[in-house]
Design a protein around this ligand. Structure first.
Ligand SMILES: N[C@@H](CCC(=O)N[C@@H](CS)C(=O)NCC(=O)O)C(=O)O
Length: 216
């Protein structure tokens, strides 16, 4: 498999973690988002939406959208499972995942930040404040749900790492890239640290990818 990836991409981080957890090898193909390579015709031919990740299977099938990719990998490589077996548990894990995938991350991606600057005149400080606001709102939502629900365990859902943890880890990592802390989110912080103790998660982190700044 070939994974179109970039060190800072949180959506791709989710897929890197999933591939590692499933033990699936892949060849990275780097798309420099800061240089706008996602908009180049070569990549547009792979994913017409011009966003990463894109995961290309050996027969040329192109998978896109991180949550669809995670669920696909979970179906094709069932061990270890990333979703519980019971319908309520599956709904909860998907709901926690969507706090990042649907409600937070889409607001902070480069094309949104560029639009805030180009069309609405927001300066860099304003854009950073925007990003921090939406990361914090997502963290508040995670903390409120996780802290009050007895289904929360060592991980977001009980004692097994799930897709919700993958999404939570990507959220916190992005928040940290923008110099945020999780001091006010103790349940999130505990689960994040637990996940990072797993080298399959840790090695997929943005700052451990080629191209990441050494001094971040
Ligand atoms: N909902 C998509 C988000 C994809 C996305 O926006 N990816 C970002 C990087 S994390 C990207 O490629 N952005 C390019 C741009 O905004 O121009 C997913 O989860 O895969």
């Amino acid at each position: 498999m070939k994974l179109y990836t970039y060190w800072r991409s949180l959506a791709t981080f989710r897929v890197r973690m999933t591939l590692n957890l499933k033990g699936v090898a892949y060849t990275p193909i780097y798309v420099d988002l800061d240089a706008g390579q996602q908009n180049a015709p070569q990549f547009k031919a792979v994913n017409p939406q011009m966003v990463i990740p894109a995961l290309v299977e050996d027969d040329g099938n192109v998978l896109y959208q991180s949550m669809a990719i995670m669920e696909y990998l979970d179906e094709v490589h069932p061990a270890p499972p990333l979703l519980p077996t019971d319908p309520r548990g599956r709904a909860r894990v998907r709901a926690l995942s969507l706090i990042t995938v649907a409600d937070s991350h889409p607001l902070i991606v480069p094309r949104v930040r560029n639009h805030l600057g180009n069309a609405l005149g927001l300066d860099d400080a304003g854009k950073i404040a925007w990003v921090r606001h939406w990361f914090a709102a997502g963290l508040d939502a995670y903390e409120a749900h996780l802290a009050r629900d007895k289904a929360t365990g060592t991980y977001c859902h009980g004692e097994a790492l799930s897709m919700a943890d993958v999404c939570l880890v990507s959220h916190v990592a992005g928040h940290r890239v923008f110099k945020g802390t999780v001091d006010k989110h103790p349940t999130v912080a505990r689960i994040y640290e637990r996940c990072l103790a797993d080298e399959r998660i840790a090695s997929a982190q943005p700052l451990r990818q080629p191209g990441a700044p050494a001094d971040h």
